[in-house]
Unconditional design. Structure first.
Ligand SMILES: Nc1ncnc2c1ncn2[C@@H]1O[C@H](COP(=O)(O)OP(=O)(O)OP(=O)(O)O)[C@@H](O)[C@H]1O
Ligand SMILES: Nc1ncnc2c1ncn2[C@@H]1O[C@H](COP(=O)(O)OP(=O)(O)OP(=O)(O)O)[C@@H](O)[C@H]1O
Ligand SMILES: [Mg+2]
Ligand SMILES: [Mg+2]
Lengths: 303, 241, 303, 241
């Protein structure tokens, strides 16, 4: 019994390997096709992942800056802070001293740090930065609140570019919804493409399958090789896609940092986490297996 | 071994077999003949469930073939050796693979498969083309590969549809000797052919199909061909429902 | 001669139509496959087109705002403007009066216009907006220039968030390069997929082509139907893709404007121009024709 | 019409035809026979350039077939009617379309095509299956469709490879009558077959191939078969380079 089982498994693996090898050009093309599809989905994942990072950064930037008069007393400053925190519009308040503002400026323009520190009067007044709560920009109370702040004694000016933030918000929302739609279409396209290629491949083998059935080949030896083949192709394609995606990612990153001289670290630019990579490989693998099993399903009774 | 009771077969309303009944016992050797389009191939297809009967009952080896669940079809076919009229060789596999494939899923180890494939191909004089692909073979050679595939497993039942149509007289006679030998060893043989010479020379039982009806005749060796039956044969009657 | 020619053309068209109809399921699948591929490329085009719009908006936003003291004299103001224009860093200078700033604010927060105008003291000081020249943010002279402006008599404060703009610039650069790479991969994937599907389809017809050659069918009747078929499928696929793309675009737009309550008009959100649509359709059409002609090319001598 | 001079054909070093020379004039009717694997089909394939000769010269209708540019091949084939040993019917087209396709690219209008297809199919007794697909036909019916396709155009040269292998005796004789009739009207006929009865009954010139060599013999009606030649025939000699 055990000997017989082993031999059935051997026959199955043997058939699968032979099948892939006999149609080796087709095998390569199928693997590439799956890789291309998985790759495109991966590109989307990667883009979405990093766009999300940027969007989060943007969200954090919805801050109000209160410029303080140089002469403002500590009490006046504290009152502004208290007012802000009581407003139900502000998440966090932060005091930025003249020195700190200068240091910030120096940090981003390092080469010019000296020039800045050698200026007679510091161009940076002390400020209070307020992080707004997520929905504050849409609140009807905001304009009044801003006026109120500006009218405080210690406040010199209140800076809040509503228009700009509103636009950015719109853009982010648009990108998010559009990105979701694109991702949906991409995944759909990939599934459709892989299924289609597998279907066509098996249509090519239709006569062979009919003959195998006619000579009484057991179903596991007819379907099995297609399933194993689909699995192997899907796995290879998925892995290939993730590998190429990683290389493409590193390439683009290197190109951008070389030509634009930006400290990419400022953004959360990162590759897909291992779990997402695994998901992509599994996706390719599943596509191969499901395509294979669907295509072999029918025509059981006839011929 | 084979029992047919009142079997009918219609294709899109066209009746191809009408009220066919006959029995064969284990170890029998029976010819099936009849003019082109009489229904020979259709009758054989019913036996291995490549078609289902429109009516009537078919028993093969005690199994009700017409009504069996699809999952049991492979099992049924594995007890048979079948020579198809159009050979049905796998174009992407060599002669050796085509012939030995059936042994693979019976769990026969590679060495043994090779040995038996060589032996069987030797019987049809093709042992020198083991690694050729079907499209590199002549018509007659392909037919002999199909034959070897059906014989390799020493099946209980051999169904051969026009197995000598592309063979010259000498090879045809060799093949008939093979069938006789395998029949002596216990295999039941049902052989469809147009070749009256083959039937005449054998003295076996012969079923004649004519327009879907079966007419039985036992032909003695060296007896004249059953002209009365044959001359009636024509192309299928037109448009009969 | 003319009668014979006509009949050859008739035969060709007849064969092509029959071929498509005989394999109608396959025809539908091929059209869909081409549509999916063209659609994905179209999605990318559309995204790129609109992202470009946003990026341009962002570029325009690299402005320096000089807040003027309420007491600043006209001379002082003019001097600041002159200084700005002489700096070789500034593209345009624009004065924004208190009224104008209030109106802007009111325009974006229409429902709150009254609240704003009823405030005792206007929260909006008069400002001068300076549009920087494209490379100004990278110029070493910028910090000094900003300090200089801030030190002017009439100036109350100079607002310029270098850090934020630097980040945005980096993001835009990254998105542009990455987008280019994605577009390249997408187009490559689409071409590969279409070619692959056409190849498989014709492999399915290999026996038929061999037989047609064997009975002496002229090449135009063998290849022609595949070319015409490919052309028709490509055209249908391309048109379908552009149509669905338009619908998807409208759908997303409607969804975003309904849920986010933004005046999309603030961005240059637009569908692809007719030329790009035509390009997509032609792309699908070409893919079909080229795929068809490549696949029918070989095996001329043999069989 | 057909001239072969010292033609050789090798497949991967295996010599299938060796030094074959023979001539046929316009209007001739010649049989080609020989055991299975002798090279009959290969010889015919050379005539319509489905294969190229490894050596020697082939002239058909004055055209040097072995050396002609590929672009002229369709033209060559259109002057011929060819019956292939394995039929080569288009599986996705009906009997009518299969048969009348060759008229399509000769510019024959639809009505005329229909008329001629019906007439030709009537000659092979298949006019009632005009709209059937090949897989719905019996082996012999398919063979007759292939025959009709070759005949419909009243070609200058008819090449038939085993055209009666799946036909019963009565139909085979009908087909031979057809060939004789078409030959009388001027078509040159070259017919490969195993069926010695067909050759015997005709009294035509007969080329016999044996292991790639051609042996010529004219068989008189009712004369005994050329047993001396035939009995030598066996399967291909092994491994000859
Ligand atoms: N799938 C089908 N659909 C419709 N008609 C069919 C189908 N299969 C067979 N037939 C018809 O049934 C009749 C019998 O066919 P069958 O193949 O059994 O004949 P046969 O006796 O084997 O003939 P031959 O000697 O020519 O092979 C034929 O007229 C054929 O056209
Ligand atoms: N493409 C090929 N590659 C290798 N060998 C081939 C090829 N085609 C034919 N042969 C071999 O050439 C020999 C002659 O083949 P051919 O088909 O001409 O025989 P035939 O006389 O037509 O036989 P049959 O009567 O069986 O049809 C055979 O042994 C065959 O195996
Ligand atoms: Mg039959
Ligand atoms: Mg042959």
């Amino acid at each position: 019994m055990s000997g017989r089982r082993t031999s059935a498994l051997t026959a199955l693996l043997d058939e699968a390997a032979q099948g892939l090898w006999r149609a080796r050009r087709m095998t390569v093309v199928s693997v590439l096709q799956i890789a291309v599809s998985v790759f495109l989905v991966g590109v989307f994942f990667l883009t979405a992942e990093n766009l999300r990072g940027i969007v989060e950064t943007v969200k954090d930037e919805t801050a109000v800056t209160v410029f303080l008069k140089a002469a403002a007393s500590e009490e006046e400053k504290a009152e502004i802070e208290r007012l802000a925190m009581e407003s139900r519009l502000v998440a966090r308040s932060r005091r930025v001293s003249t020195q700190e503002a200068g240091a910030r400026f120096a940090a981003t323009w390092q080469s010019l740090a000296r020039a800045s520190s050698s200026l007679a009067s510091s161009p940076f007044p002390e400020t209070i930065e307020l992080d707004l709560l997520p929905d504050a920009t849409r609140s009807e109370a905001l304009p009044g609140f801003l006026s109120l702040l500006a009218a405080r004694k210690g406040a010199d000016d209140v800076q809040f570019d509503v228009d700009w933030i509103r636009r950015l918000r719109g853009a982010v929302a648009l990108i998010a919804v559009w990105g979701g739609a694109v991702g949906f279409f991409l995944a759909l396209g990939a599934v459709f493409t892989i299924a289609n290629v597998v279907r066509l491949t098996i249509l090519l083998h239709r006569d062979e399958i009919d003959i195998l059935r006619l000579v009484g080949a057991p179903e596991y030896l007819i379907r099995g090789p297609f399933l194993i083949g689909g699995l192997a192709q899907g796995f290879l394609g998925g892995t290939l896609a993730v590998g190429v995606l990683y290389l493409a990612f590193r390439g683009v990153l290197r190109y951008v940092s070389a030509t634009h001289n930006v400290l990419i670290g400022a953004f959360i630019v990162r590759f897909l986490p291992p779990s997402a990579c695994a998901l992509l490989v599994v996706g390719g693998l599943l596509a191969g297996v499901i395509g294979g099993s669907i295509a072999v399903r029918k025509k059981h009774l006839q011929a | 071994m084979i029992e047919l009771y009142h079997v009918q077969k219609d294709f899109r309303g066209k009746r191809v077999l009408r009220d066919v009944s006959f029995q064969m016992s284990r170890g029998d050797f029976v010819f099936l003949t009849g003019p082109s389009g009489a229904g020979k191939t259709t009758l054989l297809k019913l036996l291995f469930r490549a078609e289902q009967p429109s009516d009537g009952q078919i028993l093969v080896n005690g199994m009700n073939v017409g009504a069996m669940p699809p999952s049991r079809i492979p099992e049924l076919r594995r007890t048979m050796g079948i020579v198809f009229q159009d050979y049905k060789l796998l174009p992407t596999r060599t002669v050796f693979e085509n012939v030995s494939f059936v042994l693979k899923f019976l769990g026969v180890p590679t060495q043994e498969r090779k040995r038996r494939a060589y032996q069987t191909l030797r019987m049809v004089e093709l042992h020198h083309r083991l690694s050729a692909f079907p499209e590199e073979l002549s018509g007659g050679e392909q037919q002999r590969v199909a034959l070897a595939r059906a014989l390799i497993n020493e099946p209980e039942l051999l169904i051969a549809d026009e197995p000598t149509g592309n063979l010259d007289r000498r090879l045809a006679e060799e093949v008939m000797k093979l069938f006789t030998a395998i029949n002596v060893r216990g295999t039941t043989v049902l052989l469809a052919t147009h070749d009256q010479d083959l039937i005449r020379g054998s003295g076996r039982r012969c079923l004649t199909l004519d327009r879907g009806r079966v007419l039985e005749g036992l032909v003695e060796p060296s007896a004249p061909p059953p002209a009365a039956l044959l001359e009636r044969g024509g192309p299928l009657a037109e448009g009969e429902p």
